[in-house]
Design a protein around this ligand. Structure first.
Ligand code: APR
Length: 257
């Protein structure tokens, strides 16, 4: 998209965020991290085009823990090397400016926090830890991967010998207690929601922007492909988040100057 049009859209987006008077939310998916080198899931080069999503279901994990752990360890290497991109930084800046109340993310890469995000709700857990399914012990994901590399896959709990699992939410697992409820509470009172880099295909996460829109929040979607909520959005931006969001910050700073 050429600059003049993009500038116009950025000005409109900034205006919606400023008019939300501090009650705007950002809702993100894997698309906000692709410019950090982390593949998304359903985009043209998404992960689910190479790996069947069932592999990351809890049922498949429990019957093939070694195979899933080896795969997870490989994917984790990409996460560990990834750094925040201009989209993460712009979102953190909007929070710092008092325009965004919280970031609600489906991502487990921790890049919103790494960019300076203060209030980040991780609906699908995080890739930071592993948890023992027998005794509940938690350890750093790097430590769990090292155990797997040294003692064989899957890694076992150093405390009780039970099966360790990456703490991210697998398909078929409940979301971390309280996070979805808090996200929906914020959504119901939000005046604006900026959806960035999500195909909005996965529930219950996708309920969050829907609930906000149902309660009258103004919606902006920034996504390279159409989303099921575009029809309700005041603004639909088919542009890379890393290119568009810094322009929104620039325009918001002008409005607040
Ligand atoms: N800028 C804007 N949009 C982008 C960019 C980008 N740089 N890169 C990719 N996208 C868009 C893609 O077009 C796609 O529509 O981001 C969207 C990402 O959608 P998905 O890959 O489905 O990721 P997400 O919505 O986060 O998936 C939700 O599904 O697989 C599970 O648990 C996993 O959290 C994940 C959940």
């Amino acid at each position: 998209m050429e600059n003049v049009e993009l500038g116009r859209l950025a000005r409109r987006a900034a205006k919606i965020l400023v008019e939300a008077r501090g009650r705007a939310l950002v809702f993100t998916g894997a698309g906000v991290s692709t410019e950090s080198g982390i593949p998304d899931f359903r985009g043209p080069s998404g992960l689910w085009r190479r790996i069947p999503p069932e592999v990351f279901s809890i049922e498949y994990f429990l019957s093939n823990p070694g195979e899933v752990w080896r795969l997870y360890a490989e994917l984790h290497r990409v996460l560990a090397e990834a750094r925040p991109n201009p989209a993460h930084r712009a979102i953190a800046r909007l929070e710092e400016m008092g325009l965004v109340e919280a970031v609600i993310t489906q991502n487990i890469d921790g890049l919103h926090q790494a960019a300076g995000g203060r209030r980040v709700l991780e609906l699908h857990g995080s890739g930071r830890e592993a948890v023992c399914l027998a005794c509940g012990a938690r350890l750093g994901i790097e430590e769990a991967i090292r155990l797997g590399q040294e003692m064989g896959w899957p890694p076992r709990c150093p405390r009780c010998g039970g099966l360790l699992k990456p703490d991210a939410v697998f398909f078929g697992e409940p979301l971390p207690r309280g996070v979805l409820e808090e996200a929906l509470r914020l959504a119901r009172r939000a005046r604006a929601v900026l959806v960035v880099g999500s195909s909005l295909q996965v529930y219950p996460a996708a309920l969050v922007p829907e609930e906000a829109a149902r309660h009258g929040a103004r919606l902006i979607t920034v996504n390279l492909e159409p989303t099921p909520l575009d029809w309700r959005a005041e603004l639909v931006v088919r542009e890379r988040a890393g290119r568009f969001l810094p322009l929104v910050v620039e325009e918001a700073e002008k409005l607040l100057a």
